[in-house]
Design a protein around this ligand. Structure first.
Ligand code: BGC
Length: 348
């Protein structure tokens, strides 16, 4: 069978190669790959900046945004052939830390977790893959065209859960949400904000095309100006930052409402220096009881929350988020720089 592989830490090494078909072990599902989503993390791995192969191997099968159809399932696993499934990305560290031992591997404390298609375990970018039934999530069959967005949605569902838990430290009835970045994370964060009945604002650099249209179709407001301009008309109670741009992070902190929560989900490259008045920023955070936190990955609970959120969403809106579908033999095009795509998906 064919798989999308990379030699981690080696730029430009992404290839579609013939690899041995997987055999399902005890408690595992054998799955026919349907689609694979490509995100910023995959691009980073392709540029040789992130990721590691399984110990002792040169190649890593890439891909963590999965969608597949069960071909073979163990008796009593709760799955049957034909089920639409998504595989979970992270696995607990081998000697679990306290969080991993409690199923909160997304909050791993010692960093020795592994991640499919990213860190030390093969991903889902192959025509067939296996997954432990305990790390598979069944999807509504109606989500076949968009289920590949589940992993991204799980990351967003976790961020929202954390925002609500942090908000829960005192009275919390947020009204305004600002999302910075209208990529897949930003758009799904906006969707989940709309599902919560919030007044949602999305900021991005792109002025025309799919992004403004998708935001408008959600009933949210699209902006291309500055956070200061948006906040002048009403400061956001919650900011979800999904670009990793350093200046936006600082602006989000400076322009949120009292008791504001700023959730960082984007990854920035290091080495970009900005000068800041740390004293002023500190005053602002302390005097307003603001909270700033980072959020990554998702555990099984978040995948379930995300599956409900996708099932409630307008399917044609979700489908329009997928702006490019490539056959496996043209997968390399997903790693070429440039383009205005929101989400690129590889057809397996
Ligand atoms: C994935 C997460 C993962 C993170 C860091 C993201 O692209 O969605 O599941 O934890 O990369 O490796």
């Amino acid at each position: 069978m064919r798989a999308l592989t990379v030699v981690p830490q080696q730029a430009g090494s992404v290839r579609v190669r013939e690899v041995e078909a997987p055999v399902a072990g005890e408690g595992e599902l054998l799955v026919d790959g349907v689609a694979l989503g490509i995100c910023g993390t995959d691009q980073e791995i392709a540029r040789g900046e992130y990721g590691s192969a399984p110990p002792g191997e040169e190649h890593l099968i890439l891909g963590h945004e999965s969608l597949g159809r069960v071909r073979q399932a163990p008796q009593g696993s709760g799955f049957t052939p034909g089920d639409l499934v998504v595989g979970v990305v992270r696995r607990p560290d081998p000697e679990p830390c306290g969080a991993c031992a409690r199923g909160e591997f997304d909050m791993c404390r010692n960093g020795r977790f592994t991640e499919r298609g990213i860190k030390e375990i093969h991903g889902y970018g192959s025509q067939q893959w296996t997954v432990a039934a305990d790390y598979a999530v069944k999807l509504d069959p109606a989500l076949e065209r968009v289920g590949v967005l589940l992993e991204t949605a799980s990351v967003v569902a976790k961020a929202w859960e954390q925002i609500e838990r942090i908000g829960g430290r005192a009275w919390f009835e947020p009204r305004r949400l600002l999302v910075t970045g209208a990529g897949p994370i930003g758009l799904l964060a906006a969707l989940l904000g709309v599902q919560r009945g919030l007044d949602v604002h999305v900021l991005d650099r792109v002025e025309t095309g799919t992004k403004p249209q998708l935001v408008a179709d959600l009933g949210a407001t699209y902006h291309t100006g500055s956070i200061a301009d948006i906040a002048a008309k009403g400061e956001p109670d919650v900011v979800i930052e999904a670009t990793g741009a350093s200046s936006l992070i600082l602006d989000a902190l400076a322009h949120n409402a009292h008791y504001g929560i700023v959730c960082l989900t984007g990854l920035s490259s290091s080495g970009r220096k900005l000068s800041i008045d740390a004293g002023e920023l500190n005053r602002e955070i302390v005097l307003e009881n603001d909270a700033l936190f980072g959020s990554v990955n998702a555990n099984l609970r978040h995948y379930e929350l995300a599956a409900h959120a996708l099932a409630r969403a307008d399917r044609s809106w979700l489908e329009r988020m997928i702006t490019r579908r490539l056959p496996l033999d043209r997968a390399h095009e997903a790693f070429e720089p440039g383009g205005e795509d929101v989400k690129t998906v590889i057809d397996l």
